[in-house]
Design a protein around this ligand. Structure first.
Ligand code: SAM
Length: 247
């Protein structure tokens, strides 16, 4: 497959199994997304008063309101118009933008969040590109916290709350995409999966990250340093610091 065919198929896959799905499930999804993850909350709590924060793939804006009004200047961006509509109903500053093209933002942010977004990008090249776009939006010394869903849902002897059932012996294959149809609440058997949402009529595409893979995407990036690598409740995460501008 040539690079351009690959790109078209990635775009189609993400449009049908990520963007269209979030637009269709926005209200229901939003009702399930209200509890902040502790590590993300700590990162936002650590920011100095007056910091400028960008939330890439902000969803319903749940992380945009962690701090009291006026303590931070927060902007959210997302691909889903329906989720952005929910942000706007909450009077949150939010714009439509793809994480693969953040060039409309100047490199001025003190901090950036990208929580549970990069696992929806279907090639390594696209995941690497999104990280570079995020770094490009940071000011020097600015920090980004990025998390993705982990393949490993059982780590250091403790199982994430996600696992509720035994794994299926023979995973089913989705005929149209050839991807593994994941059974909700079970351990992952494949990194490229379609995961049913709630009533199971909607399937979301995920690339679940193996341990070490997220920080691997940062190797070779010269404008930022890896500050921290963490695992929390079935998710891998990193914190990066922007060290210099590279033209
Ligand atoms: C699992 S949700 C996470 C939302 C939010 N960050 C949170 O933690 O509650 C994934 C979000 O990523 C957004 N998204 C998916 N692909 C995207 C892309 N290419 N660019 C921007 N946002 C994207 C979806 O619309 C959705 O809001």
């Amino acid at each position: 497959m040539t690079e351009s065919t690959l790109d078209v198929s990635s775009l189609r896959l993400e449009r049908e199994f990520v963007h269209d799905v979030y637009d269709n499930i926005a209200d229901h999804f939003s009702r399930t997304r209200y509890k902040p993850w502790p590590r993300v909350e700590r990162f936002v709590d650590s920011l100095s008063i007056g910091s400028l924060l960008l939330d890439v793939g902000c969803g319903n804006g749940k992380y945009m309101t962690i701090r009291k009004t006026n303590e931070l200047a927060v902007i959210g961006c997302d691909r889903s118009q329906s989720l952005l509509q929910i942000c706007r109903q909450k009077q949150l500053e939010s714009v439509v933008s793809d994480c693969l093209n953040l060039s409309s933002f100047r490199p001025q942010f003190d901090a950036i969040l990208c929580v549970a977004v990069l696992h929806h990008l279907s090639t390594e090249e696209r995941r690497r590109k999104a990280i570079q776009q995020i770094i490009d939006c940071l000011s020097i010394g600015g920090k980004a916290l990025i998390t993705v869903w982990a393949f490993e849902q059982n780590k250091n002897g403790s199982q994430s709350h996600y696992i509720r059932k035994e794994s299926q012996k023979e995973p089913q294959i989705h005929s149209k995409t050839g991807l593994c149809l994941h059974v909700g609440g079970t351990a992952f058997t494949d990194q490229e999966v379609l995961v049913p949402f709630a009533n199971k009529t909607h399937l979301r595409y995920y690339h679940v990250f193996r341990e070490g893979e997220l920080e691997g995407l940062v190797s070779g990036i010269k404008s930022a340093e890896l500050e921290e690598v963490f695992y929390e409740s079935g998710n891998h995460g990193i914190v990066l610091t922007k060290t210099r501008f590279i033209q």
